[in-house]
Ligand binder design. Structure first.
Ligand code: FE2
Ligand code: FE2
Length: 217
């Protein structure tokens, strides 16, 4: 993770918590899943790349339509590079997804290179800018609109994927953020989706630290 974000976090943990789900924990899962798919060769590419592509596409869309426009209003010029990188990454993902790539492993390596530098760029520049130009409550309000852009089918796929591809400490952070940021009547279904991605030991470990999840699942 980038140093500037850590520095900011020490100054304002509320703001850090508000941006961390989208700009830290989803990024970690994206990095880990793509590395796993590359390591797994053709079979894993065939079985798992489509899901990775759907989740990455939605993540970029949320940034493009939900987070970046208000940031661009308050900090003109801050999001242009990231938006350009989204288009470049989408082009490569489309080639890989459509089967028009002639060298899958080489294109995957290029995608990984582009994605890693893109995620770093957002963590080093976009995330600190969000914390500088918005109050924590404003970021939470944006975060609260994510569901407007996601179908239940997408969430059902994304939630277990997310919790599978982050470590136990990160799961606790994300789950805690959810119990605060998600409407109470939505928490039970969210808990079910999280549980479906974890084995019993992992789930018990998580609810031991975030009891609000257990009450609903
Ligand atoms: Fe991102
Ligand atoms: Fe992005």
């Amino acid at each position: 993770m980038s140093q500037p974000a850590d520095d900011q976090a020490m100054h304002d943990p509320d703001k850090y918590a508000a941006v961390a789900d989208n700009f830290v924990y989803v990024h970690r899962a994206l990095r880990r899943d793509l590395a796993r798919i590359i390591a797994g060769g053709e079979p894993l590419f065939a079985s798992d790349f489509a899901r990775f592509a759907r989740i990455l596409e939605k993540h970029s869309e949320l940034e493009d339509v939900l987070f970046f426009p208000p940031l661009e209003q308050r900090a003109p010029g801050s999001t242009g590079a990231s938006v350009d990188q989204h288009r470049e990454i989408e082009g490569l993902v489309a080639a890989l997804s459509s089967g028009s790539s002639t060298d899958t492993q080489s294109d995957l390596a290029t995608l990984q290179q582009l994605l890693l530098s893109h995620l770093d760029e957002e963590e080093q520049h976009i995330m600190p800018a969000m914390m500088e130009h918005f109050e924590a409550a404003e970021i939470w309000a944006l975060d609260g609109r994510i569901m407007e852009f996601c179908s239940p089918e997408f969430m059902q796929e994304m939630m277990p994927w997310w919790f599978t591809h982050i470590d136990a400490a990160d799961r606790v952070c994300v789950a805690q953020n959810m119990t605060v940021g998600v409407p109470p009547d939505f928490l039970p279904i969210l808990s079910q989706w999280i549980a479906s991605g974890l084995d019993e030991t992992q789930w018990n470990e998580l609810v031991g630290q975030v009891p609000a999840l257990a009450a609903t699942a």
